[in-house]
Design a protein around this ligand. Structure first.
Ligand SMILES: [Zn+2]
Length: 66
């Protein structure tokens, strides 16, 4: 691995990090309940399944547009 490769890897890691942070920003903190249906979920988990996550994101997007 040369310096250019290392720089490229660094850039990729950084941009992935900021994309993840951007995605997370509008979501409230995990509190042990699904953000969409309020079902109990594991610690640090925001949604009980991908359907709830998708529905929540759809709602959030609709709110953001309104
Ligand atoms: Zn749910």
């Amino acid at each position: 691995m040369n310096d250019a490769d290392r720089a490229q890897a660094e850039i990729e890691r950084f941009s992935q990090l900021s994309i993840a942070q951007l995605r997370q920003r509008p979501a409230p903190k995990a509190n042990g309940l699904c953000l969409y249906c309020q079902a109990r979920v594991a610690n640090g988990v925001l949604f009980c399944d991908s359907d709830c996550r998708d529905d929540f994101e759809r709602l959030a997007r609709r709110k953001a547009r309104a």
